[in-house]
Design a protein around this ligand. Structure first.
Ligand code: S3P
Length: 171
């Protein structure tokens, strides 16, 4: 089961809660990259640039696909943008898109300094622009779309469990 969506859409939190609820392991591409690189995402962006980070994401995703051990995967927000990555996602199982409006995202992450793409003078405008660019890719990759704006994390988790049951992924 794969969780995709914009920064601040709740992928990491939902992934951890799902892993408890469904007794499945959870992996997070950002955390795997930071661990392997022994640097934060901000440091990687500052030292090597975004393109190098994107390559690390693709390699991380391919490794996860080869291992087939992770049962829940939370993706960094930019992973589905590359077509190459979307092709890998198709082989990994049910892809859930945690969709949220730009204003919801902004309210959640406005005080966060760990996301280099949003360290700019007008983060809300940046969120709007990036979402406009990425929306189609997220939708194309998704098997299930959940609009999270009005939902608690628990409600999101329950909806995903329901979808997984419908598909026979869990009993
Ligand atoms: C990014 C999302 C971040 C992280 C990096 C770039 C993006 O992950 O991978 O800062 O391009 O949307 P989260 O979605 O977990 O914040």
């Amino acid at each position: 089961m794969i969780l995709e969506g914009f920064m601040g859409s709740g992928k990491t939190t939902v992934g951890i809660r799902l892993s408890y609820k469904m007794a499945m392991t959870v992996s997070d591409t950002d955390k795997l990259i930071e661990h392997e690189q022994r640097r934060t995402i901000s440091e990687i962006f500052a030292e090597d640039g975004e393109e190098a980070f994107r390559q690390m994401e693709t390699e991380c995703l391919k490794k996860l696909a080869d291992q087939k051990s992770a049962q829940i995967i939370s993706l960094g927000g930019g992973v589905p943008v590359r077509e190459e990555n979307r092709a890998v996602l198709k082989t990994l199982g049910m892809v859930v898109y945690l969709r949220a409006k730009p204003e919801t995202i902004y309210a959640r992450i406005k005080n966060d300094t760990s996301r280099p793409l949003l360290q700019c003078t007008d983060p809300l405008a940046r969120i709007h622009a990036l979402m406009a660019e990425r929306g189609a890719a997220y939708e194309e990759a998704a098997d299930v779309i959940i609009d999270t704006d009005e939902l608690s994390m628990e409600q999101v988790v329950s909806k995903i469990v329901l979808e997984a049951k419908k598909r026979g992924i869990v009993s």
